[in-house]
Design a protein around this ligand. Structure first.
Ligand SMILES: [Zn+2]
Length: 75
């Protein structure tokens, strides 16, 4: 019974996150050791030297990770 409740909870959580990111629109981050910003576009110049995969997350998540706005795109 506990497992079912957990499963149900994670489905609710996932659908919430998905709808949330649809409303908010994602930002893009690089997970390399020197990256500290988030990007509006995955084609930003700042991401071209990214050594890892580029991940799309929500703006709220980016801020939670302590990311600053990209200087090239957000002026
Ligand atoms: Zn950028």
């Amino acid at each position: 019974m506990k497992f079912v409740a957990r499963l149900f909870l994670s489905i609710v959580l996932i659908s919430f996150l998905v709808s949330f990111s649809l409303v908010e629109g994602g930002v893009f981050i690089c997970k390399g050791p020197s990256s500290a910003v988030y990007h509006k576009s995955d084609r930003c110049k700042g991401l071209s030297k990214c050594s890892t995969q580029v991940f799309e997350i929500t703006l709220a998540e980016a801020k939670k990770l302590g990311r600053r706005a990209c200087k090239i795109e957000y002026r």
